[in-house]
Design a protein around this ligand. Structure first.
Ligand SMILES: [Zn+2]
Length: 370
């Protein structure tokens, strides 16, 4: 899932995202709450309509962003007090408030409010944090269950798909552009537990007991070695049900997302393809390259000869390097377009391999070189 932090995948217009085949993108609750404000988005019909994106959307709970504001935040049982990075004003996110905001934004998938445990942390601290995430998950769910019909597009949906005798169950109505059930949102729970496999399993078990539409594994890719990331994902996957989406948050490099998919992960998001692109780091079938490197100054070849994207079809490495070192805005746009295509192609290859019933072997081999 490409990250569309503030209602935009930076530097990429929505029609290009559609062309690239993005099926779902992320929005960040923290950013949209501060600017333009969730009530404005609600009044405009929700985030889909506001940003003109008919495909699926997922919003995070805002938790991860506020936890990243070290020094500007204070965590209590009630929630997280924080100061805006924009103007220093004080705010409070609680599980109830996070869900209220996410309902107003109206994404198809919304996330329970959790605490992303810092790393490294003592075991006792990890348990304490995990227990609070479980209590917050329950509060998130309770609030969601009693407010889930307040989603901004519910009214429009009900008028387009009126309740008839044949259609009294809301589950029979299609979701917004996704073919999924509507007209409400899907709330996902989040597994925490730091770098302790047993706590990960326990967190997963107790989150599943509460019953969510899908399950995320959070608090990874926070500086731990990759072997540990794999171990934590494996521990949670042992417990998470196969018939619900399983989502690892905030990962990873192209070879990592293939590996996680091979383990049974269904969804992933990462700022890496878009953020790296803006810094000139490009992912190709021949490995990573840094476009500002002098060796590309007179290279008329395409960025990636294997890539079918518009950028690789039209522009040379020399031109892309020139745009980047000249700090032309087009550099960010073109680099992002290519990186997103590379990531989305990678996942398309994964889905294709799964449909052919041949996954872990050949495909892992093909992508691991990146
Ligand atoms: Zn390309």
């Amino acid at each position: 899932m490409p990250c569309g932090t503030a209602g935009t995948v930076k530097a990429v217009p929505q029609d290009i995202l559609e062309e690239l085949g993005a099926q779902i993108i992320l929005g960040n609750t923290y950013h949209l709450y501060l600017r333009p404000g969730h009530e404005i988005v609600r009044n405009l019909g929700g985030l889909h309509r506001f940003m003109s994106w008919e495909r699926a959307l997922l919003t995070d709970s805002g938790g991860f962003q506020v936890f990243s504001l070290s020094g500007l935040r204070k965590v209590t049982e009630q929630g997280v007090h924080f100061r805006s990075h924009l103007d220093g004003t004080s705010h409070l996110f609680t599980p109830e408030r996070s869900i209220e905001i996410q309902i107003a934004l109206g994404a198809d998938i919304i996330m329970a409010f959790d605490e992303c445990t810092e790393h490294p942390a003592e075991r006792s601290r990890v348990r304490e944090s995990m227990e609070m995430t479980l209590r917050w998950a329950r509060r998130s769910k309770v609030y969601f269950e009693s407010h889930k019909n307040e989603v901004p597009w519910a009214e429009k949906w009900n008028s387009e798909f009126p309740n008839t005798e044949q259609n009294t169950e809301i589950q029979l109505k299609p979701g917004p552009g996704t073919g999924q059930p509507g007209p409400t949102q899907a709330l996902f729970g989040i597994v925490q537990g730091g770098m302790h496999a047993d706590l990960r399993r326990e967190s997963a078990e107790r989150t599943v007991e509460m019953g969510f539409a899908g399950y995320a594994i959070g608090g990874l890719s926070v500086g731990e070695p990759r072997a540990q990331t794999l171990e934590m994902i494996a521990a949670a996957l042992e417990v998470l049900p196969l018939d619900r989406p399983r989502y690892v948050m905030g990962v990873g490099y192209p070879d990592e997302i293939v590996q996680y998919a091979a383990m049974g992960v269904d969804m992933m998001d990462c700022v890496l393809p878009t953020r790296a692109a803006r810094h000139g780091l490009l992912f190709t079938s021949e490995g990573r390259l840094n476009i500002k490197n002098l060796r590309f100054a007179q290279d008329l070849g395409p960025l990636d000869p294997q890539c079918g994207c518009k950028v690789c079809a039209r522009y040379s490495r020399a031109y892309l390097r020139h745009l980047f070192v000249s700090r032309e805005p087009l550099a960010g746009a073109l680099n992002t377009l290519h990186n997103l295509r590379f990531y989305l192609d990678t996942m398309r290859a994964v889905r294709h391999a799964i449909s052919l019933g041949d996954f872990s072997g050949t495909l892992l081999g093909r992508v691991s070189m990146t």
